[in-house]
Write a protein that binds this ligand. Structure first.
Ligand SMILES: Nc1nc2c(ncn2[C@@H]2O[C@H](COP(=O)(O)OP(=O)(O)O)[C@@H](O)[C@H]2O)c(=O)[nH]1
Ligand SMILES: [Mg+2]
Length: 366
């Protein structure tokens, strides 16, 4: 890779020089204002500095092919995906720069796989462990196909058995969905309620603790009326206890919690107060598959890990890389319960089948 710095009187001039020298394929790494000339900082002129890079050859990493959807809907182009692509390219450039700086260009037979896995947003440490496990499992002269096959096995080995909701207990099973705002908790509660009530003919009650947005209550209430499931609006932790007490004849009580900011301590302690009173049998952390890897890890730590027993990933129809799921599962060792893949209630939800996730990660038809 060729990296070059250009200083010009303005950004237009700098970009013209980048284009003239490095061509249209150059990647802009950095733009900043610099002072030049002058004496002891006086009379210095402000210039624009652009650092640009050009790859010598085509990148060896393959771009993941678009993955097939779980059911009907096609992956939709989405600005977040475009941003992700931009970040991916920049990440790739900065990794290569770092490798060059360290004089540590990845060597060894699996360097191609390392690049590919990092590119799919798998965490550095996880990639290292996977490569070690592959090297230990198959002969070093194995073909790329054999390596990929082993990768699939190693990834499968990472995934705990899926843990869907099962109604084995006497009295109502109390299940609460928690998670950041906008990930799809209410929609997922609606999907689960519809499946339990209409498909499996169980006695269901809904409780919403999301009273912060009028629209949120209405959203679930309208839906509950359609599927003829009772709904309670719990405005306080003690109200949630009373709401649950009123539905002891049900087989499952699904609690939709407020999508509150995990960065806000008051929000999180309110959530905890609701859960303390509700005493759920299961707390399922709901996360969006479109959230970037590192942000996912930050989020999961804010949601009081010990009390969480499983995970739901939503919006897998909106992303082509499922790398974040492996990072997270590997980090918190919690099983997945469900995946959701669209806005349609009640259809766009499925059991979190590990094989499906691995195949999609590997870019294979499922
Ligand atoms: N594409 C897609 N959108 C979803 C999915 N689940 C939920 N949504 C959408 O995400 C938005 C936020 O959902 P909502 O249930 O209100 O999120 P909450 O704030 O966590 O309760 C809505 O527009 C939903 O239709 C999914 O699996 N795929
Ligand atoms: Mg909601």
């Amino acid at each position: 890779m060729k990296v070059k710095r250009y200083v010009a009187s303005d950004i237009q001039e700098a970009m013209a020089r980048v284009k003239a020298e490095l061509g249209e394929d150059a990647v802009i790494l950095h733009v900043r204002q610099v002072k030049e000339g002058g004496v002891l900082g006086f009379f210095a002129r402000t210039k624009t500095e652009v650092t640009a890079a050009l790859e010598d050859k085509k990148p060896t990493v393959q771009v993941a092919a678009p993955l097939p959807p779980l059911t009907f809907s096609e992956p939709k182009p989405n600005p977040e995906d475009e941003m992700r692509e931009l970040r991916r390219v920049l990440g790739q450039v900065s990794r290569q720069l770092k490798d060059m700086g360290n004089g540590a260009e990845p060597t060894g037979k699996l360097a191609w796989l390392r690049a590919e896995l990092l590119d799919k947003e798998l965490d550095d440490k996880l990639v290292k462990n996977l490569l070690t496990s592959i090297e230990e499992s198959i002969p070093s002269e194995s073909s790329q196909d054999e390596v990929r096959e082993q990768l699939g096995q190693s990834l499968l080995g990472l995934m705990p058995e899926p843990a869907p909701i099962t109604l084995a207990k006497e009295g109502p099973l109390i299940v609460a969905l928690v998670g950041p705002t906008g990930v799809g908790k209410t929609t997922t509660v609606a999907k689960l309620a519809a499946n339990f009530a209409l498909v499996d003919k169980h006695k269901v009650a809904l409780v919403t603790a999301d009273t912060y947005r009028v629209a949120a209550v209405d959203q679930l209430r309208t839906f509950a009326e359609i599927i003829r499931v009772p709904i309670e609006v719990a405005v306080s932790p003690s109200a949630i206890q009373q709401a649950i007490a009123r539905h002891q004849d049900k087989e499952i009580i699904l609690i939709d919690t407020a999508g509150r900011s995990p960065n806000n301590r008051i929000h999180m302690s309110e959530l905890r107060a609701f859960l303390d009173k509700a005493q759920p049998d299961r707390v399922i952390l709901t996360l969006s598959a479109t959230t970037r890897g590192k942000d996912l890890l930050d989020l999961v730590q804010k949601f009081d890990l010990p009390s969480i027993d499983s995970l739901i990933f939503t919006k897998i129809d909106e992303t082509t890389t499922l790398g974040g799921i492996f990072n997270l599962v590997n980090f918190c060792k919690k099983p997945l319960a469900y995946l959701t893949n669209g806005q349609n209630v009640p259809d766009d939800i499925a059991l979190a089948n590990s094989d499906y996730i691995v195949q999609r990660f590997l870019g294979r038809e499922v």
